[in-house]
Design a binder for this molecule. Sequence first.
Ligand SMILES: Nc1ncnc2c1ncn2[C@@H]1O[C@H](COP(=O)(O)OP(=O)(O)O)[C@@H](O)[C@H]1O
Ligand SMILES: [Mg+2]
Length: 331
Amino acid sequence: MDYISRFLKKLQAQGWLDKDKALEIDKLIRDAKGSPDAEILQRIAKVKLLTDGQIGQIQAQLEEEESSGMEMAPKATICYIKDVVKSYKTPEGIFQALRGITLSIYRGEILAILGFSGSGKSTLLNILGLLATPDTGSRIFYNGTSYAGLNIKERDLLRRKKFGFIFQESHLLGHLTTVENVALPLRLQNYSNSVCLERAKHILLNFMNKAEQENADIFFSKKPNQLSGGQKQRVAAARAMVHEPEIIFADEPTGNLDFDTGQMVMEILLKAAKEKGTTVVLVTHNPSQARQSCGRFIWMENGLLKKNLATAMDSTLRLMKQLSGKDLRTR
Ligand SMILES: Nc1ncnc2c1ncn2[C@@H]1O[C@H](COP(=O)(O)OP(=O)(O)O)[C@@H](O)[C@H]1O
Ligand SMILES: [Mg+2]
């Protein structure tokens, strides 16, 4: 298949090719017959049939297929990153926390990122979530938008509207009640006070247990210092979802909780995400959690993805057993 045909196939898989657009692009390609591929793509961009970001994302995906000799699954990627590098200046010199990460995140999937402490998981998540910037040359596309092309205002807007975050620490604001904390992402988008509170209560109820629901108003008006660790993380999970983000970045959200509490927080978060079709990227060092709740998992080591080792959960578990001397199947 020639390059343009493969390009169109990818476009289709992304869901970016409706009937009208397909016809227009077809015509443009026929008119441009004999021109180099790059020029055809330029023309498509020029008449705004596709954005530069959409074209860039598909070009990067095709590039990866060519270099790996493998065709990627014909699924829509919500996020595609290629050759992402992140260096820090340290007193000892430049330290590369990420050394060239290429990764597809498929729409609606629950993806676990596993790896030992220091392997670069948080760095990667922060970059994906627009909380940190990678080195130049790294390419990141979010649903056809290139991060490199965004100004600060556009980055803020994308992050606030489309992304939800949950970290190991709940990061609740101490002077606000649970409901006010949950409402924060909506406030940042300038919804009215009443809409903010109503939606916050509605989502928070899903993250409360029976007893808490029966005395909902009491729970709603509690301050963070009146909450247990598990309650705080459930409030943080509600806050991550209140604005109906497209993707949730979760960085060891149950890392500070005991096993059962962590399990419960994870279950309601992922249940809510699955119901809404929200994509979740979950960083965890708990393989049994990843195995239970995630559709796919990747293994990070020293700033690199170890693709071949993580093709099956069992091999990840075996690897961790070898490395740690413990059998994690029996947690
Ligand atoms: N601001 C920073 N300055 C220097 N080194 C950093 C900084 N942040 C992270 N690192 C280093 O980058 C590596 C990856 O860190 P991190 O992404 O937090 O790993 P993980 O989340 O997998 O534990 C670690 O070696 C860490 O020490
Ligand atoms: Mg981390």
